[in-house]
Design a protein around this ligand. Structure first.
Ligand code: F6R
Length: 631
């Protein structure tokens, strides 16, 4: 949440900052701002606008702001409303220190009260504003020491202030008395340095860097750095200078291109068949001698043999994918599996059990709740010093270069390519595929299914791409038409059971996120225990009914809704039983194991077309951000 960009070098900072912020706008779009050290008079020039970046671009885009050192920010509001006064950068009272921050300073109130007692007047409601004031105070103290180098002075001042801050942050600081210097620091929030020649860019995420350089240095937790056009000084929390080799960006995966689609989300839904094809090629590998197909991981999987139970930590859409995963791991591979809201797990974890695999699932790899829950789990298990209870870990992510990739070495890369639409679609699909892979691996290890059953699932997955392609085309047309019927709808109920219950939850979440229509997903059998009271003519019920274990039950539950006058939409194949639906969004007849991968497509497209039909900002829905880096 919130995007930070900072540059120092020889090129004009303004356009570099605006370009970088544009690539980070998915992280928040409540306000945007920049501060640049004017290279002529060495004063800070700060500009901010409420709302999207375009407002800032309209304000400063035509201005001639001279200066090669600057910081920029695109905000997702936590403390303080999305108003100009709360937009970053925040300045100290002298107007010489500017700070952009991503994260939350948990003890800001205490710090603010103290500063106010000392006579400092605050201009915003944010937690961030304490930082420039504290830095200015430190700088005034350090001035008495007459340090020669102003960049190093700023570094010391920031470091001293950081020791007083509680919470998580990534920040960048400018001081007009050190006009070539930037100080950046991170604690539990991402920050990456891009290395150019005689110039550096620092950003919350790689898309802001990729057009600038392919060489990056991701900062580690608790590190602080001084950047000038001459180089980087990087220090750890013990003030030890750090020397690390930079790494290369895989730029093809960072390219942001909408092609001919009106919205990124639409394009990303269309990319799912190709993603599946790529996943099959990368992950389902036939052994040339035995002829057996195994799932191909980039890490040694021997440790999986001893696993007796699995716990999965995730949030939002990633949690829904994990619920399908849990169903597959229990019902197909026979391993007891629990899924937890990462935000709940951290504060109420279950008792530690031996031989447990913990899987962290996050498309961004930066979700603070998930990272914090994983850290807690790793440290409580390490503290036990019991070999059977040691942490066994896997991360499923679209960003192996992210914080989770640094936290956990066993990474399943979903390789979905960068997802710009804030509402997750293709990364959800990639997470599902990863869970099919894990279920196959565990079924092979545990012999929970016969070879024939396992091979059947593999072959069904291999046959999926053309089916998906047809489904996307077909449902794009159907959903576009159906979207008109949702013009006045205020509530929608989604029903599913068994393997498709999480898909009902995901359908409801997608609709809420981008169309702002209230929607709720239920296991179809639960309706009669309460939610059925909501049903009436104006509350459509969308029911996923795929032949298998619970098909007849789902149809009966749909009957109950129909008896209450609800308009019934079926996500179901055309077969006996599905004539009950007022409107059928047809699925091909398929094996039940595969059904979530099919059923989710019409739901994604329907949400998309309803929101697009309402003229809403599909890719950047209100109040949301793609990377949720605060707890
Ligand atoms: C929904 C959505 C969110 C995320 C959630 C977790 O469309 O995008 O619900 O799924 O914030 O994000 P990640 O997967 O990055 O951990």
């Amino acid at each position: 949440m919130c995007g930070i960009v900072a540059v120092t070098g020889y090129r004009k900072a303004l356009s570099l900052l605006l370009d970088g912020l544009e690539k980070l706008e998915y992280r928040g779009y409540d306000s945007a701002g920049i501060a640049i050290v004017n290279s002529e008079n060495k004063e800070l020039v700060c500009n901010k606008s409420e709302g999207k970046l375009i407002n800032l671009i309209n304000k400063v885009g035509q201005k001639e702001i001279l200066g090669t050192v600057g910081i920029g920010h695109t905000r997702w509001a936590t403390h303080g409303k999305p108003e100009v006064k709360n937009a970053h950068p925040h300045l100290d009272s002298s107007g010489k220190v500017a700070v952009v921050q991503n994260g939350i300073i948990e003890n800001f109130l205490e710090l603010r009260n103290k500063l106010e007692e000392e006579g400092i007047i605050f201009k915003s409601d944010t937690d961030t504003e304490v930082i420039p004031h504290l830095i200015n105070k430190e700088l005034n103290n350090l001035k008495k020491l007459n340090l020669e180098d102003s960049g190093s002075t700023l570094l010391i001042a920031v470091r001293n202030v950081l020791s007083d801050l509680e919470g998580a942050y990534a920040l960048a600081v400018l001081w007009s008395d050190a006009p070539d210097s930037l100080v950046i620091a991170r604690r539990q929030a991402p920050l990456i340095i891009g290395l150019g020649e005689g110039e550096f860019i620092c950003a919350s995420d790689t898309p802001a860097i990729v057009d600038f350089t392919q060489t990056i240095l991701p900062m580690e937790d608790e590190e602080i750095a001084l950047l000038t056009p001459l180089g980087i000084e990087l220090y750890d929390s013990n003030n030890e200078r750090q020397y690390r080799n930079p790494i290369s960006l895989k730029c093809s995966e960072q390219v942001v291109d909408k092609k001919n689609f009106r919205h990124y989300m639409h394009k990303e839904i269309y990319e799912q068949p190709e993603l599946t094809q790529k996943w099959i090629k990368n992950y389902l590998i036939k052994n040339s001698e035995s002829g057996l197909i195994k799932v191909n991981y980039s890490f040694d999987t021997n440790f999986l043999e001893n696993i007796e139970r699995i716990q999965i930590l995730a949030c939002g859409t990633s949690r829904h994918a994990s619920m399908v995963g849990s169903y597959l791991l229990e019902q197909f591979a026979g391993i007891p599996t629990d899924v937890f809201y990462a935000s709940e797990f951290r504060y109420s974890p279950p008792p530690i059990l031996p031989n447990t695999l913990t899987i962290g699932v996050t498309q961004s790899g930066e979700t603070a709740d998930t990272l914090a829950a994983l850290s807690m789990e790793i440290s409580r298990r390490e503290d036990l010093k019991d070999e059977l209870c040691k942490p066994n870990l896997i991360a499923i992510t679209n960003r192996p270069d992210s914080s989770i990739g640094r936290q956990i070495s066993n990474v399943i890369d979903i390789s979905a390519g960068i997802e710009i639409g804030v509402a997750a679609t293709k990364t959800f699909f990639g997470q599902l595929l990863s869970f099919y892979g894990l279920a196959i691996t565990f079924a092979q290890i545990k012999r929970s299914k016969t070879d024939d059953e396992i091979n059947q699932l593999i072959s069904n997955l291999e046959n999926l791409p053309p089916l998906l392609k047809e489904l996307v085309d077909q449902h794009n047309e159907i959903s576009e038409k159906l979207a008109h019927d949702f013009s006045d709808i205020k509530d929608v109920i989604f029903l599913g059971r068994g393997i498709n219950y999480p898909i009902a939850l995901e359908g409801a979440l997608k609709l809420k996120e981008i169309s702002y229509i209230h929607a709720a997903g239920y296991p179809a059998g639960e309706m009669k225990h309460g939610p059925i009271a909501l049903l009436e003519k104006k509350v459509p019920v969308i029911s996923i009914a795929t032949p298998g274990k619970v098909f007849e039950k789902v149809i009966s539950n749909a009957q109950e809704a129909k008896a209450r006058d609800s308009y019934l939409i079926g996500i179901a194949p055309k077969c006996d039983g599905t004539e009950i639906f007022d409107y059928l969004m047809p699925l091909p007849l398929s094996d039940e194991w595969l059904s979530p991968l099919l059923a989710v497509i019409p739901l994604q497209l329907l949400s998309y077309h309803i929101a697009a039909h309402r003229g809403l900002d599909v890719d950047q829905p209100r109040n949301l951000a793609k990377s949720v880096t605060v707890e």
